[in-house]
Design a protein around this ligand. Structure first.
Ligand code: NAD
Length: 495
């Protein structure tokens, strides 16, 4: 793994200290300081944007044939795989997540680059059917400079999902990692920088600009040279970004929050559903946009299913992400843990019954970390805040339902529409429900499985636009139509 001096960030193709407020990155497993990152300032963003615009327009990048650009991306994918262990360790220190999960994220980032290579190699411009004496063609061109603003929960995967298609599309990228997790994005930047250097390409094609709060993200989004924004994060921030994009009239894709229903029908396979429901909410300690945080169980099975679920949730192993035993790791930082605890306290006040968890674990091992026990709550109506608001922690709310219409009404009674899980042995019911639930992704008898070849996006307040899938590069390009006259038919006003 290349050296990661945290006092340097990647601005305008060079590694140097940023001029912004320092970020103290803390290991959430024990509260220890990992390092201090000298983050970017708005002036750094401006410098990076100008250098990126120049890099994007440089003939050696602009005119690089797709198969050569593909080679660059493939090499980045190789390096991500080669350094998966180091990237995983860094991400676990930064986010708290288990090593198993962060390794899978690093490998998925490598897979994203390779898939993008395939999409790039096979992308074609289109000849459109002529309707007159001309040939018409639709082509795709780079946008120029793209802003990529990401959250903290799966940093390297989110980075790859934006940077790979943006570079493939012929652009330069200003990448803004979240304040809590800048380290893995900086390491990713080191790998990309190395490949660009080896290939003698402009190194300003990628800038990595960590920042405190909203300052740097806001400066990127509003910068006049940034012609497209790829954003993943909370819905409130997404709205602010959409407004900024509207002011500039540039496209923005928004991957936002969720409060996803997971449904256990009367005919579900109990073992499969128990494992899936638990994994759906408690993996990543619930810090996942697609977490299945609202559980609907058919009333005929509610007591038995929820009773067994609670027994098993009590046995989940809570511990540091570095321990091979751990199933539920700490939350990303202490203030977030406190926000999760406050949401559970509010659920109690609203009449919720906490069936398990509901506090930080006790004991020396947990004393300094940002831990919270996996929690199951019931006896709340779907209108309660715990059922409507994204908690983004290991908190599941369980609700019984009587019939399908009532289930669909409740499941869809949410501002969000990101994901849904359905556990059933009845294929027709699965299909029917899958069509009726308002969600960008529906999993049937599985949950939280991802494929880069399958488009992903949210409905309602969960987002706008699609990432991944065969058209992933097109989202980072501009379409242009060309007409080429093929005979000498005079135009109407010709003499
Ligand atoms: P956040 O919205 O607070 O921050 C996301 C990023 O935006 C950060 O880099 C932040 O610094 C930046 N930012 C904040 N304010 C900004 C502004 N005004 N202008 C520009 N940039 C700004 O989100 P978070 O707390 O980091 O992440 C958690 C959220 O992300 C959850 O809501 C989760 O559901 C969502 N998420 C969604 C997906 C998805 O694919 N739909 C995936 C992962 C996470």
């Amino acid at each position: 793994m290349p050296r990661i001096p945290a006092d340097e960030i990647l601005i305008a193709g060079r590694w140097r200290r940023g001029g912004g407020l320092p970020i103290h990155t803390v290991d959430p497993a024990d509260g220890s300081l990992i390092t201090t990152v000298h983050a970017a300032s708005p002036a750094d963003v401006d410098e990076a944007a100008h250098a990126a615009a120049e890099a994007a327009a440089a003939p050696e990048w602009r005119d690089l044939p797709p198969h050569r650009r593909a080679r660059v991306l493939y090499r980045i994918g190789d390096l991500l795989e080669e350094h998966a262990d180091a990237l995983s360790a860094l991400q676990t220190a930064d986010t708290g997540k288990t090593l198993g999960e962060t390794r899978a994220l690093a490998l998925s980032a490598a897979g994203t680059f390779r898939y993008t290579v395939a999409a790039l190699e096979t992308a074609e411009d289109a000849l459109t059917p002529p309707r007159g004496p001309y040939v018409t063609m639709s082509t795709y061109e780079p946008i120029g400079v793209v802003g990529a603003v990401n959250p903290w929960n799966s940093p390297i995967a989110s980075d790859a999902q934006k940077v790979a298609p943006a570079l493939a599309g012929g652009n330069a990228v200003l990448l803004k990692p979240a304040e809590w997790t800048p380290l893995v994005s900086l390491a990713f930047g080191r790998l990309v920088h190395r490949v660009l250097t080896e290939e003698r390409l402009p190194t300003a094609l990628l800038a990595v600009l960590p920042g405190k709060g909203r300052i740097v993200g806001d400066a990127i989004v509003r910068h006049p040279l940034v012609g497209r924004i790829g954003f993943t994060g909370g819905t409130t921030t997404g709205r602010a970004i959409a407004r900024a994009a509207a002011d500039k009239l540039v496209p923005a894709s928004l991957e936002l929050g969720g409060k996803s229903p997971t449904i256990v029908r009367e005919d579900a396979d109990t073992e499969q559903a128990l494992a899936g429901v638990m994994y759906g909410i408690f993996s990543s300690s619930g810090q996942s946009c697609i977490a299945g945080s609202r559980l609907f169980v058919h009333a005929s099975r509610y007591d038995a299913f929820v009773g067994e679920l609670v027994e098993r949730v009590r046995k989940l192993r809570v511990g540091p992400g570095t321990s091979p035993d751990t199933q539920v790791a700490p939350l990303v930082h202490h203030a977030h843990r406190d926000a999760v605890a406050a949401a559970v306290d509010l659920a109690r006040k609203e009449g919720g019954r906490v069936l398990c968890g509901g506090s930080a674990p006790e004991g020396e091992r947990y004393a300094k970390g940002a831990y919270y026990l996996p929690t199951v709550i019931d006896s709340l109506p779907n209108s309660a805040r715990a059922c409507q608001e994204e908690i983004f922690g290991p908190v599941l709310v369980a609700l019984p339902y009587e019939d399908e219409d009532e289930l669909v009404a409740q499941a869809n009674d949410s501002v969000y529409g990101l994901a849904c899980g359905i556990w059933t042995r009845d294929a027709r019911a699965a299909w029917r429900l899958g069509r009726r639930i308002e969600a960008g992704t529906v999993w049937i008898n599985t949950y939280k499985q991802f494929s880069i070849s399958t488009p992903f996006g949210g409905m309602k307040d969960s987002g706008l636009g699609i990432e991944k899938g065969r058209d992933l590069i097109r989202a980072y390009q501009r379409q242009k139509s060309l007409y080429w006259g093929t005979d000498s038919t005079p135009l109407p006003w010709a003499n």
